[in-house]
Design a protein around this ligand. Sequence first.
Ligand code: ATP
Ligand code: MG
Length: 412
Amino acid sequence: MSTQTLKAPRGTFDILPDSATRREEVERVAREVLEAAGYGRIETPAFEATELFSRTVGEATDIVQKEMYTFPDAGGRSLTLRPEGTAPVCRAYVEHGMHKLPAPVKLYYVSSFFRYERAQAGRYRQFWQVGAEALGSHDPAIDAESIVLAHTLLDRLGARGLRLRLASLGSPAARSEYRVELQTYLRGKSDDLSDEVRRRIELNPLRAFDSDDPGTQRVMAGAPRLLDRLTPEDADHFYEVQALLMQAGVAFEIDPTLVRGLDYYTRTLFEFTSDALGAQSGVGGGGRYDGLVAALGGPPTPGIGWAAGVERILLAADAPPSPPPALDLFVAHDAARSQAFGTLLEARRAGLRAQMETTGRSLKGQLKHAERLGARYVAIVAADGIQLKDHRAATQEPVAFGQLIERLAATP
Ligand code: ATP
Ligand code: MG
């Protein structure tokens, strides 16, 4: 065996206790905000049949073309580590007949996702998302509610410099007519486009709006816009969503160039960015996907949802790591292991946060360690009894075995 030390794979990271506390905070606030709105927790498998993503996310998207971890298992099936959460949630919705539940069915998750991407700050190959999906309602109020919930979550977690961009993709029919119009326009300007955009005119012309190539950007400034091609019903729906967001006091900008890397979106589309982040400024995003459940073999069911990246939220919040909770009792001892262990068990049974010495420090070293742990009390255990030090009161007194908890309960 090679003695070279192994490292976590490129683009992945270990979550150590310091950062685990901040992540738990994200999860706790997500639970509070979303459960109060009727969302129930769902956890789907970390891998799915490859087809689930290729069929729904879209063959021409970056995710499917470049970013999926796809592998055959020993049984010869093609599996893919989930790159996103909406398709798996809709797969589960169909599989468990959730259309029979009273609508809307609201589900949320806090899970890890996998994309083969160029690893950099805020962009990883395994990352976490909080996501929320509401299935079974066309009402613009559920679009607005979904967006407000994402905003509330980001706001409560302290994400700085938030901006919300909003658009509508309309319905599939209007979108495919528009697609043809855009392709004709792009073909007419193909000399001014980047190679990548030119190559993708047939496959995914909308992505041209996302390009950072200056030539392409000049072309796109004059391109026809989907927002001007919405049907009256889609336009009404979009205006209604905007009115409700204004009512909720959530500021937004309409961005006719907003496109997102997934094919299944219809109508409402949105993205939250943070000015506190560098190049990787997207904190979360989502939209309506009225055709997705039917595409997966379920009954026609509208849906809307979003996902926000946990690492990007934490970067945008720039919160200091929270210190571990202070200890109630440190059990110090000098070779009275069994008595010390008994004292530890007694303290734990009484619901105290307690630790005992296990590394053979000198008594002085143990007291120092207890201080480092922020212990309010130290029980110095010997074979014949306990000396109890109260750090807050700066006192020390003898306590008989079996009396410790009573004594602690009696101190203010
Ligand atoms: P980006 O434009 O940054 O690639 P995206 O549009 O691919 O983002 P979504 O698929 O909408 O992202 O995922 C929602 C959120 O998940 C993003 O806003 C971001 O916060 C987070 N996210 C996406 N990809 C990654 C990644 N590779 N590493 C960390 N977070 C990510
Ligand atoms: Mg991406």
